[in-house]
Unconditional design. Structure first.
Length: 363
C-alpha cells in the first residue's frame, strides 16, 4: 500500500504537482491508516486519492469521505472541523475505492475543485436564488392555544419553536409539521434574574447527569410525535453563560444531528464556542422583533431586519406569539418578494452562513 501511494504521488509530481510542508505527511499518514482500518473491516486495502487537474503549486490536498456509499468510506479528513483546520486555499481530491461486494454499486466521489464547485457542492437550497434571506422563528409556542395556533397561519418557511411543557405544544407541533414548518424545541434554561423559565429548566446547579436527563426527556417526549430540527434556549441568560451546561446541551444536540439557535439572552453566552467544539451547526439571533410594545415598534424592528439581510445576505429574527406581532407579520410576509427578499427556514439560514464561511476559506 505504501509503495502504491509513493508511486502515485511520484507520478503526480512528475506532472508538475507541488505539495509542500507538513500537511503532505499528515495526508499520507491518513491514507495509510485509513487503508489499514478498511482492510481490517474487510474492505480492499488499496485506497488512495488522486489530485485533480486544478492543483497549483503550493496547494494542499484535503480528501473528504463519501457520505453516499452504502458501506463505510475512507475517512481521511471529514467534516467542517477538518475544513476549518485546513490552509486558506484548499484543493479537493477524488477518492478511489476499488469495487467490493458492498461498494459495487457506489459511484466515485468527485468533490469540489475551487470556489464555484465548492459553493455548488455544499448548497442545500437553490444555488440560483441569491436574494437576501431572512430566517424568522416564533418561539414560546404551546402555552396560549389561540395565539399559538395563529402562528401556524404564517408561511411554512417560518420556523416554529415549542416549549416542552406547553399544554398544546404537542398537537400544534404535529399540525405545524404537517403544514411544512420546521419544528424546534424551545428548551427552558435558567435565567440570571428571578423569572421562572418553567418546569424542567436546565439549571447551573444541576449535575451533568441531571442536565442530560432533563434534556433527553424533553427531546424524547416531543420527538416521538414530530421530527425536531434543532434547539433554541428559552430564557437562559445564566445557563448559556455556563460552558459546562452548554457542553451537555451540545452533546445532546450532536448525538441527534440537531442545530442550535442561540436566542442571545446574554452577551456572555458560551453557546457558539460550545457548538463549535461539538460540531453542532449554529446560528445566533440578530433581532428580537417584539421586546417593545406596539405595531410601530415591530415594524421598526422588521425594517432593521431587512437592512441586516441586505447587508450580510442572511439575518435571523425571533418573535413571540403576541397578537400584535402576529398581525403585523401576517401582512409583512406578503411584501417580501416585492422587496427582493425571501424567507428561509432556520436550517437553511445556517447552511447559508456555513457556505459563506467555507467560501471565505477558499478565497
Amino acid at each position: 500500500m505504501q509503495q502504491r501511494i509513493s508511486h502515485h504521488l511520484a507520478r503526480s509530481a512528475s506532472k508538475g504537482l507541488v505539495v509542500r510542508h507538513m500537511p503532505v505527511l499528515a495526508f499520507l499518514a491518513g491514507l495509510v491508516v485509513g487503508a489499514v482500518l478498511l482492510g481490517a473491516a474487510g474492505l480492499a486495502p488499496s485506497v488512495f486519492a488522486t489530485a485533480n487537474s486544478h492543483v497549483l503549486p503550493n496547494d494542499h490536498i484535503v480528501a473528504l469521505a463519501n457520505n453516499h456509499t452504502a458501506a463505510p468510506a475512507p475517512v481521511i479528513a471529514t467534516g467542517k472541523r477538518a475544513l476549518a483546520a485546513a490552509p486558506p486555499r484548499m484543493v479537493f481530491s477524488e477518492i478511489i475505492v476499488p469495487p467490493t461486494r458492498a461498494l459495487a454499486e457506489a459511484e466515485p466521489v468527485l468533490l469540489a475543485t475551487g470556489k464555484r464547485d465548492l459553493l455548488a457542492d455544499i448548497t442545500t437550497g437553490s444555488i440560483h436564488d441569491t436574494r437576501p434571506a431572512i430566517a424568522l422563528m416564533i418561539d414560546d409556542l404551546g402555552i396560549v392555544p389561540d395565539r399559538s395556533a395563529h402562528a401556524l397561519r404564517l408561511p411554512a418557511e417560518v420556523t416554529l419553536s415549542f416549549l416542552p411543557y406547553g399544554p398544546v405544544s404537542r398537537p400544534l407541533a404535529q399540525a405545524a409539521s404537517a403544514k411544512g414548518h420546521e419544528i424546534f424545541l424551545h428548551v427552558p434554561m435558567e435565567p440570571s434574574g428571578n423569572a421562572d423559565p418553567g418546569p424542567g429548566a436546565l439549571l447551573t446547579r444541576d449535575s451533568d447527569t441531571r442536565l442530560r436527563e432533563k434534556l433527553d426527556n424533553q427531546i424524547a417526549d416531543m420527538g416521538a410525535l414530530v421530527p425536531i430540527a434543532g434547539i433554541n434556549n428559552h430564557m437562559g441568560s445564566r445557563a448559556t453563560a455556563d460552558r459546562r451546561v452548554m457542553d451537555e446541551v451540545m452533546r445532546g444536540a450532536a448525538e441527534r444531528g440537531f442545530v442550535f439557535v442561540d436566542s442571545v439572552t446574554t452577551p456572555r453566552s458560551t453557546a457558539r464556542a460550545s457548538a463549535a467544539a461539538h460540531d453542532v451547526d449554529f446560528i445566533a439571533r440578530d433581532i428580537f422583533l417584539d421586546h417593545g410594545q406596539g405595531p410601530d415598534f415591530v415594524l421598526a424592528q422588521l425594517a432593521e431586519l431587512e437592512h441586516q439581510a441586505r447587508t450580510r445576505g442572511v439575518a435571523v429574527a425571533i418573535a413571540h406569539p403576541h397578537t400584535t406581532t402576529l398581525d403585523v407579520l401576517s401582512v409583512w410576509v406578503n411584501g417580501l418578494e416585492r422587496k427582493g427578499l425571501r424567507l428561509v427556514p432556520m436550517s437553511e439560514a445556517i447552511a447559508l452562513e456555513n457556505r459563506k464561511r467555507m467560501l471565505a476559506m477558499v478565497e
